[in-house]
Design a protein around this ligand. Structure first.
Ligand SMILES: [Zn+2]
Length: 211
């Protein structure tokens, strides 16, 4: 999202012209196999309001261009994954290279964070008592946030699945094809004993609770 910061009428034309030029240059760049989507917001609304509006809407990158930026041929660039006041000064000529680079960096950051969250909430569990404790709140009156993803062995018998669902409201979410990242205390692809009946199991599956 690109928008102008006007100071008096005489600065309008060069700013609008620069925005148009930059938008065109950025639309020629690609990210994630598609042309980069560039929007401009030329409404006569205060910069602070515009900023919040676009942050809330989830626009990943914001570019502001004012009179001083025209003089220096640079733009103020801000990322959604940083504080609203944290801005980077980027020369106009650098933007077509810098924008895809930042999108890539942000994408990687989001993925890393999601994987770290998943890892932190995933446990390999091999005995029923631990499994029950994992999915049972300590305070039954006022249940605290508990549980997460349990990697446990399952024999494949629908009766075992039904028993777990009945007793704990826990269901199978996924039968991983590969070793799951985060299975730090046990591997998915190893033989074991069903968490319910003790029958043979070829691999662990992912259990989680329905709330
Ligand atoms: Zn079983």
């Amino acid at each position: 999202m690109i928008w102008p910061v006007f100071r008096g009428d005489e600065t309008r034309a060069p700013i609008l012209e620069a925005i148009e030029r930059i938008a065109t240059a950025l639309r020629a760049e690609r990210f994630g196999g598609r042309p980069i989507e560039v929007e401009t917001d030329l409404r006569d609304v205060g910069g602070g309001d515009k900023q919040w509006e676009w942050i809330k809407k989830g626009i990943p990158l914001r570019i502001e261009i004012g009179p001083r930026d025209i003089a220096g041929q640079t733009a103020m660039l801000a990322r959604r994954d940083r504080g609203p006041r944290e801005k980077e000064n980027v020369p106009f000529a650098e933007l077509p290279r810098r924008i895809p680079e930042l999108l890539e960096e942000m994408q990687r950051g989001l993925l890393e964070r999601a994987l770290a969250f998943r890892d932190a909430h995933t446990r390999a569990i091999d005995d029923r008592a631990t499994f029950d404790a994992f999915f049972t709140p300590k305070n039954v009156e006022k249940p605290e946030i508990h549980g997460g993803f349990a990697l446990a062995h399952f024999c494949g018998n629908p009766a075992c699945e039904a028993e777990i669902k009945e007793s704990l409201k826990v269901t199978i979410r996924c039968v991983p094809l590969d070793d799951v990242r985060g299975a730090r205390d046990g591997h998915v692809k190893e033989r074991g004993r069903c968490i319910v009946c003790g029958g043979e199991s070829a691999q662990r599956v992912v259990f989680a609770k329905n709330y």
